[in-house]
Design a protein around this ligand. Sequence first.
Ligand SMILES: NC(=O)c1ccc[n+]([C@@H]2O[C@H](COP(=O)([O-])OP(=O)(O)OC[C@H]3O[C@@H](n4cnc5c(N)ncnc54)[C@H](O)[C@@H]3O)[C@@H](O)[C@H]2O)c1
Length: 261
Amino acid sequence: MEQSVKDQVAIVTGSAQGIGRAIALRLAQDGMDVVVADYREEGAKRVAEEIQALGRRSLALAVDVTRAEDRQRLFETTLTTLGRFDALVNNAAIQRVAMPLDVTEEHWDAVMNVNAKAVYFCCELALRHMLSQHSGRIVNMASLAGKAASTPQHPVYNVSKAAVIAMTKTFALTYAAEGVRVNAVCPGIIETPMQDVVDREFASVTGKTPLQIRNERVGRVPMGRIGEADDVASVVSFLIGPDSRYMTGQSINVTGGMITY
Ligand SMILES: NC(=O)c1ccc[n+]([C@@H]2O[C@H](COP(=O)([O-])OP(=O)(O)OC[C@H]3O[C@@H](n4cnc5c(N)ncnc54)[C@H](O)[C@@H]3O)[C@@H](O)[C@H]2O)c1
């Protein structure tokens, strides 16, 4: 039987802002100590202070998840400083706009390195530790885009998120009998700094205003509103916690009904 998460330690990548910040704060509210790992150092420090104000331990680490030495340092420092490691949320990602035939190899590598390769190798480091202690949970941040390729202006992002869903299933099934669970979350349109950038970039390639783009996108949501970062964080909290103990290999949609598979 899985234990309560109270006093356990979680790492959340890309948690200096947006969905990652909301996840880090929610896990702290759940009673976890949280490592805030992001290459935006100032933002990471601010989030760590918010967590400490909630009465939990927190560590802000300046980490570029694409760098092997940073990933190694992230896991080693977590263990040496906080003394244990129970859960990983692979949340860091980037988006780049280009129509499918305009993608360069540089664009492909940039997006795939953060969104797919770094997620894979963070899972690898986490799993080595989790398998040795016969317990642990990983949640990977995928996207609606990984299932529906919903925006052709983000071709490599779509590919990267499909890769996240595939690696989630692969790790989950390989280690399902070892006390380790691996799941993914697929957000739809969530209000974060990333979405403001998307609105502006789509506007620049379509000739529409960012507000027009935003209104069109909201119009595609059956529940009629854009999601909030907390809407995603609460599902991550469930997947990290013991109430989801019989779930692994799943990719859960948090899309206000935009997709149903
Ligand atoms: N916002 C949405 O609508 C939406 C929808 C679907 C999926 N997602 C996914 O949710 C996650 C969070 O998205 P968000 O909207 O909060 O994005 P965001 O851009 O607001 O935040 C992403 C964070 O990741 C960090 N980051 C990026 N590259 C990094 C690297 N190499 N090393 C360390 N940190 C790095 C950034 O500094 C930033 O703090 C992402 O995986 C994204 O793909 C978001």
